[in-house]
Design a protein around this ligand. Structure first.
Ligand code: ADP
Ligand code: MG
Length: 484
């Protein structure tokens, strides 16, 4: 079986590029990609056509098999592009040919070189909803009238620390007084920091208090595809009725609405209807409203009209607490020193911590061992070797001095002007966060300072960082240079 990839770039890498003349499947694919790239918008082409792969050509049956990377794309291709592809095939081969569209399952019999963007969720554009799609009976539009809440994601299982205490307090407030105090509530922050967890917690809380409340959790990506389906199946009334009748709508990762204007319009109406019904709307995003790209201004101003609250990366103590709590709930207690060891090495988010914990627990269960630092180190060998490019206090001092344009020597000097003292405090803070050194050891490396001086710096900068976006950003940048 001949196997070809959908991207013409990869095709030209084939060792013996066949001549693109008479009736070669490769020639067909190449000319089809050319035609479609002219006929469609670049976005559409990239989203729908480029991820396709030509999987096989059965000459005796005159059958060409084309693979799509996921079910959604497969359905969409069949509905929207199969006629055109069929037409192009008949033109090219100048005899009837059957096109067969299949799911190109990884590892399956038809596996081919990966399409150029296999990870892409579903592209930067929503399907062009006005294309007349042909409907079949089994596609009747169903709305899942179910809250979709995960009962395990509650306030009880959510560990609090400085990084999330504001977000948690706001969430509790909203859970107690939905539709009144903060509407909408807009929660933003990086991946794996607990946004999804928190909004499920709100939903679960309300569900417990008011079992009849109409609650719905939905990921923005799912909402987009519901809009598309409602459109195709002319079921907008039902769609509207459902969404406009909720008491609580939790919509997750709204950055996925970017560039999808039809969805945004629909959401705008839902939003207005819900707010005027005094129903609560809760939105999460990876960034704050004004930073969002590809979102209509009127939506952005609506997003920002209630309460906007950030969730920050967890600080060391919180990471420790999360590890200990999760380990305990798995029935394998973890001591504080092991938790500190792990938390020091894994700094970015809670999801990463959970991954590390799973590894450790699997190791411990398999080998029947106790959780010790050595065991943790062994279990996390791979993770740590990437994470731990030995950041030293000296490197931190140098990076911080460079960043703030002061001399490295000022890190150990007794000088106190603010333009020197502050970077020095930042460096002490980072030394505590990023290395295994104790407070007295760090004091020693900063010109023999007392450990209380270090502690003061660590607390001060840590506290400022939690509400000073600029400082947070600077520390982040320095950290990146240290890791690169
Ligand atoms: P986000 O939606 O911000 O990407 P999630 O809510 O999916 O992050 O959190 C990632 C994982 O970490 C989830 O399993 C979640 O339960 C867990 N998690 C996040 N924050 C906390 C926390 N403060 N306490 C306990 N678990 C948390
Ligand atoms: Mg999430």
């Amino acid at each position: 079986m001949d196997r070809y990839n959908g991207s013409s770039k990869n095709m030209s890498n084939l060792q013996n590029p066949p001549t693109l003349n008479s009736s070669s499947p490769l020639g067909f694919w190449d000319s089809t990609l050319g035609n479609l790239s002219r006929e469609l918008s670049p976005q559409q082409f990239k989203t729908w056509i480029q991820p396709l792969s030509l999987l096989s050509y059965d000459e005796s049956e005159q059958l060409l098999t084309i693979g799509a990377p996921n079910r959604f794309k497969l359905d969409w291709i069949k509905k929207t592009f199969s006629d055109r592809l069929q037409e192009l095939a008949s033109q090219y081969f100048s005899h009837p040919i059957t096109l067969n569209f299949v799911l190109n399952v990884e590892g399956g019999a038809l596996e081919v070189t990966k399409p150029s963007e296999p990870q892409e969720r579903f592209g930067g554009v929503e399907p062009a909803v006005d294309q007349d799609a042909t409907f079949t009976e089994e596609q009747s539009f169903e709305i899942e009238d179910h809250s979709k809440l995960n009962p395990n994601l509650t306030f009880d299982t959510f560990v609090t620390g400085k990084a999330n205490q504001l977000a948690r307090a706001a969430s509790i407030q909203v859970a107690h007084n939905p539709g009144t105090s903060y509407n909408p509530m807009f929660l933003y922050g990086g991946v794996g920091l607990g946004k999804t967890h928190l909004i499920h917690a709100i939903g679960n809380h309300l569900l417990k208090e008011k079992p009849n409340a109409r609650i719905r959790y939905i990921h923005a990506e799912q909402y987009v595809s519901d809009v598309v389906r409602a459109y195709q199946q002319k079921a907008f009334d039902r769609f509207k009725r459902y969404y406009h009748s909720l008491d609580l709508l939790l919509i997750d990762d709204i950055q996925f609405f970017s560039g999808k204007s039809r969805t945004q319009e629909e959401f705008f109406y839902a939003f207005e209807a819900l707010l005027s019904n005094k129903a609560q709307v809760i939105i999460t995003s990876d960034t704050y409203p004004k930073e969002m790209a590809g979102i209509d201004d009127r939506l952005i101003s609506r997003f920002d009209s209630g309460l906007t609250v950030a969730i920050e990366p967890p600080e060391l103590e919180m990471r420790v607490a999360i590890l200990m709590k999760k380990a305990l709930s798995e029935g394998i207690p973890m001591s504080e020193d092991v938790a500190f060891f792990v938390a020091k090495h894994l700094r970015s988010n809670v999801r990463e911590l959970e991954g590390a914990l799973r590894k450790i627990l699997a190791f411990v269960r398999f080998h029947g061992k106790e959780v010790t630092i050595d065991v943790a180190r062994t279990a996390l060998k791979d993770l740590l070797s990437i994470q731990n490019r030995q950041i030293s206090v000296e490197n931190i001092q140098k990076a911080v001095a460079d960043f703030y344009s002061i001399k490295v020597a000022d890190m150990y000097s007794k000088k106190r002007p603010a333009n020197i003292a502050r970077p020095r405090q930042i460096a002490m803070f980072m030394a505590k966060e990023l290395t295994q050194k104790s407070l007295p050891e760090i004091g020693e490396l900063f010109g023999g300072r007392d450990h209380t001086t270090v502690l003061h710096a660590v607390r001060k900068i840590g506290e400022e960082r939690s509400h000073d976006g600029q400082l947070n950003h600077e520390i982040h940048v320095i950290e990146q240079t240290l890791k690169s």
